[in-house]
Design a protein around this ligand. Structure first.
Ligand SMILES: C[S@@+](CC[C@H](N)C(=O)[O-])C[C@H]1O[C@@H](n2cnc3c(N)ncnc32)[C@H](O)[C@@H]1O
Length: 258
């Protein structure tokens, strides 16, 4: 699960985004997914790992605890300030994924988690990943398909409209479908793709659903009356322990092969 540069209601609001990311980090299966990314990257003592779009810096701290020399970059100054505050002793810098301030071949491992959907040109980020990785270096990119949020709801057609309207508000809602091709196109071999579905049934996830409806109203895709009815249905489900949101999360890996 993840949110783009916006809170669940779709407004751009950094503290709210961090709070959502913190909640997502504690979601069922999230820790296992992060651990899987470190395994795919071959993180071990001394691995030089760069986490791009690092947000609050949790992955940098976790990789550091595994013995890596881990650093994080994010284009957002507030995110980097938060990461530095939360994880002192680790290296964090403000930088753009498409213009990394590192020498060619400086890193053994490159990680971008819930980031590429925010980029107008994800290929430019993959080109940078290839450049900053040493030959044989590993890349892992992960994220969810914004068109593929699966919600139980009374009105299935309205649900589809709401999900797609929210998806259309991120630059690359379906970029995960291109993960394999992006890696192959930018000089990576041994490319793999794995999918893990996050299943969220706890009532505390209700704001993710209601945020979708609010965003759909702002996009003009549904009326406020339609959104209110849909949100009421979701709230009833949550109150009755019948909330259901499933999100497939795609994790692709590759080795810098040339
Ligand atoms: C949804 S958050 C994910 C943060 C973190 N990777 C995580 O898993 O919690 C996306 C992050 O990517 C950052 N980001 C977006 N575009 C970026 C870019 N072009 N270069 C670097 N960071 C970027 C945002 O500022 C934000 O912190």
């Amino acid at each position: 699960m993840s949110i783009t540069s916006a809170d669940p209601s779709g407004r751009d609001h950094r503290p709210a985004l961090l709070a959502v990311l913190d909640a997502v980090d504690r979601a069922p299966g999230a820790a296992a997914l992060r651990a899987r990314s470190y395994a795919l990257l071959g993180v071990a003592a001394g691995t030089r790992l760069l986490d791009v779009g690092c947000g609050g810096g949790l992955a940098v701290a976790e990789a550091g605890a595994l013995g890596a020399f881990a650093a994080g970059v994010d284009r957002d100054e507030e995110m980097i300030a938060a990461a530095r505050g939360r994880h002192p002793g680790h290296a964090f810098a403000v930088a753009d994924a498409t213009a990394l301030p590192y020498e060619d071949g400086a890193w053994d491992a490159y990680r971008a988690d819930k980031v590429l959907h925010e980029l107008p040109d994800p290929g430019a980020a993959l080109a940078e990943a290839h450049r900053v990785l040493a030959p044989g270096g590993r890349a892992v990119i992960t994220g969810q398909d914004w068109d593929a949020f699966v919600l139980d709801a009374e009105d299935g057609l309205l649900t589809r409209t709401i999900v797609h309207a929210r998806a259309d508000q991120v630059p690359g809602p379906r970029v995960v479908r291109r993960f394999r091709g992006l890696l192959l196109d930018h000089g990576f071999g041994e490319v793999t793709v794995e999918v893990t579905t996050a299943v969220l049934t706890d009532a505390r996830w209700l704001p993710l659903a209601t945020g979708l409806a609010e965003a759909a109203v702002r996009a003009g895709a549904v009326s406020s009356g339609q959104a209110a009815a849909w949100t009421a249905d979701q709230a009833e489900r949550a109150a009755a322990n019948r909330f259901f949101l499933a999100v497939p999360v795609f994790t692709a890996s590759g080795t810098r092969s040339r």
